[in-house]
Ligand binder design. Structure first.
Ligand code: 4NP
Length: 155
């Protein structure tokens, strides 16, 4: 079982998009039993009182692609998550900084940038500020596809 935690700042846009896109990808390939996938925030902005649902434009973009994320509520990453997961995947470099602040380091080299698995490593811009969820979806899809290919080619 491969355990993957996707992480962004708020856990209402990018990391839930990555979680549910990746879940759909592994399900479509019949690989879902091999993966445990979740997402979390570095901040506590959205993770109070049981957590906020996925931001409506992100939810709509997933729904357009046949993906439901209705069950998701924002949670903040904890120090214990470092041991629970095999890979902790940030959406942008500042998420990596936030993850390391909470985990206290990365001695097992588990913390990665999503787009580092593609041939165009880059940050995924925060759509909370850019408002462009189409670009965000396409980039996250590309990152998830490259990540899955990377893991499966090593197996
Ligand atoms: P996300 O976007 O990190 O992609 O979930 C954000 C959502 C909320 C906030 C920041 C970023 N916020 O500050 O509440």
């Amino acid at each position: 079982m491969k355990k993957i935690l996707f992480v962004c700042l708020g856990n209402i846009c990018r990391s839930p998009m990555a979680e549910f896109i990746f879940k759909k990808m592994v399900k479509d390939k019949g690989l879902d039993a091999k993966y445990h996938i979740a997402s979390a925030a570095t901040s506590d902005e959205e993770a109070y009182d049981g957590g906020n649902p996925v931001y409506p434009p992100a939810r709509r973009k997933l729904a357009e692609n046949g993906i439901s994320c209705d069950v998701k509520r924002a949670v903040q990453i904890t120090k214990a998550d470092y041991e629970r997961y095999d890979l902790i995947i940030g959406m942008e470099q500042s998420n990596i900084t936030g993850i390391l602040r909470i985990t206290g380091g990365d001695p097992e080299n588990k913390v990665k940038l999503l787009m580092s698995y593609t041939d165009t490593p880059k940050d995924i811009a925060d759509p909370w500020y850019s408002g462009n969820f189409d670009i965000t979806y396409d980039e996250i899809y590309r990152g998830c596809k490259a990540l899955l290919e990377h893991i499966e080619s090593a197996n």
